[in-house]
Design a protein around this ligand. Structure first.
Ligand code: PLP
Length: 382
């Protein structure tokens, strides 16, 4: 501990949005000023423009703004008429909202295991989990890497079931020549402030190539109503408001440059962590990834996490308890998911956001190296 206090201590936050907001402050103020002057706050021109701009960015025919990523997933599934009695296959190593959106429709999430290298949905595990009740597959493009959509879409096509992409961490990630979200029947994005593209509150969007599904989502987000006070179906209030849409329109043109900065940070991490005993880094190249998170694996994860905290480095775990083990789902019987369960004990997310400086990345790597060397010393003494 005395060594630590004598050495240079930098505070490295896990995520810090202040610099990005500051750099766009004048444009954001202008955009907000526009909304305030117009005094039209729901289903107005900012949302209409955002939907066109985001659809064009993703390479999808339609985009429908909603109130959150969770709503995007739920309304996408509801647009497909997924509901009670249906099973929806997804993964357990994701943010709980993926499964909650499935449960909200009345359907049952069926959790499958993941590929040990990428921690993404295993197509083989999907095949094993198919039943006559399976109505949809929800692959999660975790950390900003794309699931093997060729395999997932092939399985879905053979069975005549739908694919809803959870692209909430994958704005701008690529799979071949397509962007995440544009490959399945529908793609779902979150604009939670810390995502690759973040609003100043909650927001989300659904993209699709199907006019019919786009129309369904548009009805569902607005009380099942296309014409005011006439309700074709039971719906919800899940709209993306004008304030958030205006902010997102300022930020969208910067998404590619921010993702490139994230990839540069990831490469810097890899170059410096690659040789460290017991630390497993993600495998470059990262060209196709949105690098939402930079996640290493370490068998003594909890110890490393505490050690970094003492040295001023904030980390996080995405996610510490797989969904089939959470109180919300544990009472149900579930197959065991050995790859998912082992990963949950070893994963550690390092600081990652576009404005993170090279100096801060080097500092984080130095602290990890110091931990690894101290451990090696203490074990040889024993
Ligand atoms: C953030 C996130 C969601 C939920 O999005 P919200 O906008 O917070 O509702 C769903 N799935 C994944 C994988 C996420 O990272």
């Amino acid at each position: 501990m005395s060594d630590v206090t004598q050495a240079r201590v930098l505070r490295v936050p896990f995520v810090d949005l202040t610099e990005q907001i500051a750099s766009l402050r004048a444009e954001i103020d202008d955009a907000l000023g526009r909304v305030v002057s117009r005094a039209s706050f729901v289903l107005g021109p900012e949302l209409e423009s955002l939907e066109l701009e985001f659809a064009s960015y993703i390479g999808a025919e339609y985009a429908i703004g909603v109130a959150s990523g969770t709503d995007a997933l739920e309304l996408a599934l509801r647009a497909l008429d997924v509901g009670a009695g249906d099973e929806v296959i997804t993964v357990a190593n994701t943010f709980a909202a993926t499964a909650f959106a499935i449960t909200a429709t009345g359907a049952t999430p069926v959790f499958v295991d993941v590929d040990p290298g990428t921690l993404l949905m295993s197509p083989i595990a999907v095949e094993e989990a198919l039943t006559s009740h399976t109505r949809a597959i929800v692959p999660v493009h975790l950390y900003g890497q794309c699931t093997d959509m060729t395999a997932i879409c092939r399985i879905a096509a053979q069975r005549g079931i739908a694919v809803v992409e959870d692209a909430c961490q994958a704005h701008g990630a690529r799979f071949g020549d397509r962007l995440a979200g544009s490959i399945g029947d529908l793609g779902c994005f979150s604009f939670y402030p810390s995502k690759n593209l973040g609003a100043m509150g909650d927001a989300g969007i659904v993209v699709t190539g199907s006019r019919r599904l786009a129309d369904r989502v548009r009805l569902l987000r607005n009380y099942g109503s296309g014409r005011r006070y006439y309700h074709e179906q039971v719906g919800f209030n899940r709209r993306l408001d004008e304030v958030q849409a205006a902010v997102l329109r300022v930020k969208l043109p910067h998404l590619d440059e921010w993702n490139a900065a994230r990839r540069e940070i990831a490469n810097r991490y890899c170059a410096r962590l690659g040789a460290l005993e017991g630390i497993i880094s993600p495998q470059p190249p990262f060209d196709d990834q949105s690098m939402h998170l930079f996640v290493v694996r370490c068998q003594r994860r909890d110890e490393l996490c505490v050690s970094l905290e003492e040295r001023g480095v904030a980390t996080a775990i995405h996610y510490p308890l797989p969904l089939h083990r959470q109180g919300a789902y544990a009472p149900r019987k579930s197959r065991s998911l050995p790859v998912t369960e082992q990963a949950a004990d070893e994963i550690l997310s390092l600081p990652m956001y576009p404005e993170l400086s090279a100096d801060a990345v080097d500092y984080v790597c130095d602290q990890i190296a110091a931990y690894v060397h101290e451990r090696a010393d203490s074990t040889t003494v024993e």
